[in-house]
Design a protein around this ligand. Structure first.
Ligand SMILES: NC(=O)C1=CN([C@@H]2O[C@H](COP(=O)(O)OP(=O)(O)OC[C@H]3O[C@@H](n4cnc5c(N)ncnc54)[C@H](O)[C@@H]3O)[C@@H](O)[C@H]2O)C=CC1
Ligand SMILES: CC(=O)C(=O)O
Ligand SMILES: [Mg+2]
Length: 372
């Protein structure tokens, strides 16, 4: 198979879809790998690193999209990239379609087959291709949140760990999955007083067993959530219903109950965000103020630490990328129901139920899509 990896073009996105190690692995398995020139430079990988791995360096994305059977990327294809996708071409990347009707329409119109990293599953009920970036975004959240809490950035001027005689910041994390757990660990490590809210009792039992010394847990009823948010210096949004638009847990009216200068870091923004007032921002212009509450809503947080993120993502995607290349997408998905869960679009039709529900589009079952 011919595997193509263009340079990411989303603002301030420095990750790359294939590491030199992944490219080498594909070449060893007999595949042709084309990388757009300088695609890896933001993550510290030079064109020479890819050439050493056996890949070809190509001057433009246009040539990559024209020649490759499978496009491997990081972020959802941008409008100019969507125009280059064609019928029968395989796209393997993050998509986050539920909050993005325009992208969904374009992918369906292209006739491509699109497998979304974020909905591939594993045998433990996890999301193995989302998890590494959730680990990164979770660990970043208190870091960017504490910067936003500084007075000069519009925050309340509260130090995470406090100082002797002055109490620490109160951090509330909504959603205790991968993002939430990593965020809570780092916030606790910075000395903050941390509470994690979730709706899954088994998950809270696990968190309590492992992290009781670091942070508290609380059931995420609407009443508990607003009570905690009212007292918080920083609220980190980390909920997920896989593939679906994030539930809105705090309304604009409820912002007025928060402390002035408190900070919201809505990591769930790539699924639309869990605060009514969240709208996606970029690394160039990451924060904004609504009613005196500072919002940080960058939809590609891991891009800020592109090298760590690229290597972590590459470790997770490599076996799936190889299965798709070795067997073709149909056989690979027939052999692995977890990979089939990643199928979001095929031959002009949507194939993921939660996205169909969010956007009001009819869905073809992924099992039937295998036959089309
Ligand atoms: N902005 C960014 O750059 C990034 C965003 N993300 C996003 O972060 C979000 C969280 O991802 P993960 O932690 O990997 O998901 P996860 O599935 O590991 O955890 C989600 C948690 O939310 C809980 N939950 C669901 N509904 C809830 C509710 N109403 N109230 C309280 N808890 C609720 C679930 O029980 C689960 O424990 C996703 O939307 C993901 O796409 C992930 C990586 C990077
Ligand atoms: C998960 C995701 O959207 C990201 O890493 O950018
Ligand atoms: Mg994202």
């Amino acid at each position: 198979m011919h595997i193509g990896c263009p340079k990411e073009i989303k603002p301030q996105e420095f990750r790359v879809g294939l590491t030199p190690n992944a490219a080498r692995e594909a070449v060893v398995h007999g595949h042709t790998v084309s990388i757009e020139t300088q695609a890896g430079i933001g993550a510290g990988f030079t064109d020479e690193d890819y050439v050493d791995a056996g890949a070809a360096i190509i001057a433009t994305a246009v040539e990559i999209f024209a020649a490759a059977d499978m496009i491997v990327k990081v972020k959802e294809p941008q409008p100019v990239e969507r125009k280059m996708l064609r019928e029968g071409q395989l796209l393997f990347t993050y998509l986050h379609l539920a909050p993005d009707p325009e992208q969904t329409k374009d992918l369906m119109a292209s006739g491509c087959t699109a497998i979304a990293y974020e909905t591939v599953t594993d045998a433990n009920g996890g999301l193995p291709l989302l998890a590494p970036m959730s680990e990164v975004a979770g660990r970043l959240a208190p870091q960017v949140g504490s910067w936003t809490l500084q007075k000069a950035n519009g925050g309340r001027g509260v130090l995470m760990g406090g100082v002797p005689g002055v109490g620490p910041a109160r951090v509330v994390v909504i959603g205790g999955g991968v993002v939430g757990t990593h965020a809570a660990r780092v916030a606790a490590g910075m000395g903050a007083d941390v509470t994690v809210l979730d709706r899954s009792l088994p998950r809270m039992r696990y968190l309590d067993d492992v992290f009781a010394r670091d942070f508290k847990t609380m059931y995420a009823s609407a009443g508990n959530t607003i009570e905690m948010v009212r007292e918080a210096d920083m609220v980190i949004g980390a909920v997920l219903i896989p593939g679906a638009a994030a539930p809105k847990l705090i309304s604009r009216a409820q912002l007025s109950e928060m402390k002035q200068g408190a900070v919201i870091v809505d990591v769930a923004i790539d699924q639309g965000g869990c605060f009514e007032t969240s709208k996606a921002t970029t690394h160039q212009d990451p924060i904004y103020d609504v009613d005196g509450i500072m919002h940080y809503c960058v939809a590609n947080m891991p891009g800020a630490v592109a090298r760590t993120s690229t290597i972590a993502l590459g470790n997770a995607t490599m076996p799936f990328m190889l299965a798709l290349a070795n067997k073709g997408w149909r056989q690979a998905c027939e052999d692995d129901a977890h990979l089939l869960n990643g199928l979001n679009v095929h031959a002009g039709q949507l194939t993921y139920y939660a996205v169909g529900k969010a956007l009001g589009i009819d869905v073809l079952s992924p099992q039937l899509a295998l036959k089309v």
